[in-house]
Design a protein around this ligand. Structure first.
Ligand SMILES: Nc1ncnc2c1ncn2[C@@H]1O[C@H](COP(=O)(O)OP(=O)(O)OP(=O)(O)O)[C@@H](O)[C@H]1O
Ligand SMILES: Cc1ncc(COP(=O)(O)O)c(N)n1
Length: 285
């Protein structure tokens, strides 16, 4: 069994954060574990409140996981403040996991600050250099690189600047650009473009969380980094294509969409209630 760890915030609505990450790990047949950095009271409409976990408790959760169930890959999402970032950094330096995927979450789709602006420097200086791959969206890439991104060339320029911060590789997600959903992977030598057609839906809550945890799941399964990123792109595209129209706001990604390929155990056909909820999957159930 392969193991993956998410270090992130909890989303009570289940669409993003820890909940999206654990669902993604399960859909890949990977055993998921969590270190919770912050509890958010959240749903498809927005964030009602945020309560940060103490840095000591964050580090203790890491100790509990690493000293027993050592993960094959780690995804980091919402880190909230500088003290939590320093606790995570201490844990990463102590336990030295290999495949660290950093999703530099800053602001939720609904507009809440999930990273305190004063913690930006700690994210840049401490977490980025410890990551195998950093996966900013356009706004996050602008904040990290200091340049305005208007198109593909700017994405490449931003990727170079983010590498200069100490990142080993970077994927800039173009989900917020017009046209195809184009992501650019840069490893310091070559650029790889990954494009999919833009899916017209308002239900994109948790897309970034799902994408980064899918990269971590594939790394845990033993795929190379580039292969993991390509497979994660395929996974997120399906999870958006069949995203769920639930709640009253921005609905979440769907982790059942490709059940036969990733894990037949999670196919809704194995669960009568799946039909009642109307999950759509590519395997036709
Ligand atoms: N409408 C869409 N159609 C197809 N792919 C999309 C769409 N929106 C986003 N994506 C893809 O989803 C992945 C996540 O990108 P996105 O830019 O939405 O991340 P994000 O803003 O960090 O997400 P989040 O807001 O959940 O943190 C990328 O691979 C992106 O290309
Ligand atoms: C706990 C947590 N982590 C990450 C996100 C980002 O997701 P989105 O941008 O889709 O709101 C979120 N809303 N909540």
């Amino acid at each position: 069994m392969k193991l993956a760890l998410t270090i992130a915030g909890s989303d009570s609505g289940g669409g993003a954060g820890i909940q999206a990450d654990l669902k993604t790990f399960s859909a890949h047949g990977v055993f998921g574990m969590s270190v919770i950095t912050s509890v958010t009271a959240q749903n498809t409409m927005g964030v009602l409140g945020i309560e940060d976990i103490s840095p000591e408790m964050v580090l203790l959760q890491m100790k509990a996981v690493f000293e027993d169930l050592y993960p094959d890959a780690v995804k980091i999402g919402m880190v909230s403040n500088g003290e939590i970032i320093r606790a995570i950094t201490e844990g990463l330096k102590k336990y030295e996991p290999e495949g660290v995927v950093l999703d530099p979450v800053m602001i939720s789709k609904s507009g809440s600050h999930l990273l305190k602006p004063e913690a930006m420097e700690a994210l840049k200086k401490e977490l980025i250099p410890l990551s195998l791959v950093v996966t900013p969206n356009l706004m996050e890439a602008e904040a990290l690189s200091g340049i305005k991104i208007k198109g593909k060339e700017c994405m490449r320029d931003a990727a170079k600047r983010i590498l200069a911060l100490g990142a080993k590789t970077v994927v800039i997600k173009g989900g917020h650009l017009a046209g195809d959903a184009l992501d650019i992977f840069y490893d310091g030598k070559d650029f790889y473009e990954m494009a999919s057609e833009r899916i017209v839906t308002q239900n994109t809550h948790g897309t970034g969380c799902t994408f980064s945890s899918a990269i971590a799941a594939n790394l845990a399964l033993g795929y190379t980094l580039l292969e993991s990123v390509k497979r994660a792109k395929e996974y997120i595209t399906g999870a958006i294509r069949y995203s769920l129209d639930i709640g009253h706001g921005v609905g979440p990604t769907n982790h059942f969409w490709n059940c036969r390929k990733y894990s037949s155990a999670h196919c809704p056909a194995n669960n009568v209630r799946g039909h009642m909820y109307g999950f759509k999957t590519l395997c036709g159930h």
